[in-house]
Design a binder for this molecule. Structure first.
Ligand code: PCA
Length: 227
């Protein structure tokens, strides 16, 4: 068990934002294109650190753990591309399953394996997800609560993040996962697919970081789904 990582300097702890390298034959990944633009900015009084993760089972989590050790953040938002989704998706739950439809960038294709062998079935996001959705809608940005982050590398990273924060044992440090739509340039190569431009994604991330830092208790707003 790692000791409390903050030792009293929590007030100076940064916000860690992660995005991913391209995968699945795409030239770019809009998650990295957005988070990199916030690197070094101050939001809600905290400095933003942006890092890029590989799209690979195992290696992505290894890199994330290194980023957590190096930056000792107060808040972590991991961001990934969900081609085909029409809205910013605030993920509610990470599950302990790797089940890859396509190989990752290192050629691995795990099927029905746990992310963490002795981990619990699932972790909830510790972000105030309803408050984040409300903030995005207020800002004129399309947003939804998502009940599944899938079973590919994004869910792997989300589960690993929540497991790691739980293990480190500082309940002040909150984290979660946001899926974003294709960029317009990507959607141009996928006929009919919805997209969101990078400026809107950056604005959304800023609003979510601000709101997460300012919200201790989540709001009680409907955000469920029938299927
Ligand atoms: N999206 C993938 C992995 C990397 C990314 O940006 C996913 O949704 O699992």
């Amino acid at each position: 068990m790692t000791a409390d990582v903050h030792n009293g300097d929590f007030a100076d702890a940064p916000v860690l934002l992660t995005g991913f390298e391209p995968f699945g034959g795409e030239a770019d990944n809009p998650s990295w294109d957005a988070v990199r633009r916030l690197h070094g900015e101050r939001i809600g009084g905290r400095r933003v650190v942006a890092e890029r993760l590989p799209v690979a089972f195992g290696a992505s989590l290894q890199r994330l753990r290194e980023c957590l050790d190096a930056s000792r953040p107060a808040l972590v938002l991991c961001v990934g591309q969900a081609g085909g989704r029409a809205q910013l998706s605030i993920e509610r739950v990470a599950i302990n399953v790797d089940d890859a439809r396509i190989a990752d960038n290192l050629g691995a294709r795990p099927i029905d394996e746990p992310v963490i062998g002795d981990g619990p079935a699932a972790y909830f996001s510790t972000l105030p997800i309803k408050a984040l959705r409300a903030a995005l809608l207020d800002a004129g940005l399309p947003a939804e609560i998502s009940q599944t982050a899938g079973t590919y590398v994004c869910n792997h990273v989300f589960y690993g993040l929540m497991h790691e924060l739980h293990r480190r044992g500082d309940a002040r440090v909150r984290g979660g996962f946001i899926h974003i739509p294709y960029s317009p340039a990507q959607a141009a190569r996928h006929a009919g697919a919805p997209s969101l431009d990078a400026d809107s994604v950056v604005r959304a991330l800023r609003a979510m970081v601000e709101t997460a830092l300012a919200t201790d208790v989540d709001r009680r707003l409907a955000g469920g789904a029938e299927h």
